[in-house]
Design a binder for this molecule. Sequence first.
Ligand code: NAD
Length: 268
Amino acid sequence: MGYNLLKGKRGIIFGALDENSIAWKTAQTVHDEGGTFVLTNAPIAMRMGQIDELAKKTGSQIIPADATSVEDLDNLVAKAVEILGGKIDFVLHSIGMSVNVRKGRAYTDEKYDFTAKGWDVSALSFHKVMQSLYKADAMNEWGSIVALTYMAAQRTFPDYNDMADNKAYLESIARSFGYFFGKEKKVRVNTISQSPTATTAGQGVKGFGGFISYAEKMSPLGNATAQDCAEYTVTLFSDYTKKVTMQNLFHDGGFSNTGVSQEVIEKF
Ligand SMILES: NC(=O)c1ccc[n+]([C@@H]2O[C@H](COP(=O)([O-])OP(=O)(O)OC[C@H]3O[C@@H](n4cnc5c(N)ncnc54)[C@H](O)[C@@H]3O)[C@@H](O)[C@H]2O)c1
C-alpha cells in the first residue's frame, strides 16, 4: 500500500544487491510511493546480484557505476537526468565494504591499503556522489540525499573494525556537504543510523548472530528491519521533512538511548 508520497519525484538508488539489501527494499517502497528512479551498483555486483529482477519489477533502468570512480559517477548523473527526464529529487547511498573485515584482519592488525580501499568505497564515495551531483547542478531544490550508517561511528563495537572509522567519516561528510548543498541548492543531506540487519554486508561482520540478537533484546521496540528502514527513508525523501538536514538520525528501535534492558539483565 502506498500514499503517493513520492509522486512525480525522480531519484538514484545505489546498492541493491539482492532482496535482502536495504536498497532493494527501499527501491520497492519508493516505487510503491510513486517515485521513479535509476538503479546503480558496482559493475561486479551486476554479475553477482539479481538487480535485473528489481529493475523489471519497478520499471527502472540500471546504470553501472563504481562509486569510487568520479568518471563513472559523472556519467551516472548525466544519464540519470536524461533517462528520468529532469533533475533529481532523491538519492540513496547504500554502500559499504571493508577489505580488512573481508580478509579477517583485526582492527589492531590493519593492512593500510585495505583500509584505504574500504574508506574510499564506504565513506569518500559519499563525497564523490554529492560532488558529481553538485557540479552538474543535477539536484532539484528541496531534494533529499540519504546515506546509511551504523552506531559504531559513536560507540565502540570491536568486531565492526575499520568500518566504524569509515562511518564516522561518512557522517561528517553529511554535515559538511549538507551545509553547502543547503545554502546553495536547498538540498538536504542526512544519514540514517540503522539497526543491525541481516544482509550480505551485515552478515560479513564477525559474530553478527550474537550482535543482532543482543541489539534486539536491548531495543525497546526491537531492531528496525530493512523494510522499516526503507519506509523511514521514504519519509526523508518526501516533502514532509524539508527542514531536516545535516543530521545523523538513529533508526534503531531505541537501542542508542538504552543503557540496559530487563531481558539483558536476566541473561546474567
Ligand atoms: N546490514 C546492517 O547491519 C547495516 C546496519 C547499519 C548500516 N548499514 C549500511 O547499509 C548500507 C547497505 O548495506 P546492506 O546492509 O543493505 O548490505 P548489501 O551488501 O546488500 O549492500 C551493500 C552494497 O554496496 C555495494 N558496493 C560495494 N562496493 C561498491 C562500489 N565500489 N561501488 C558501488 N557500490 C558498491 C554492493 O554491491 C552492495 O550492493 C551500507 O552502507 C551498510 O554499511 C548496514
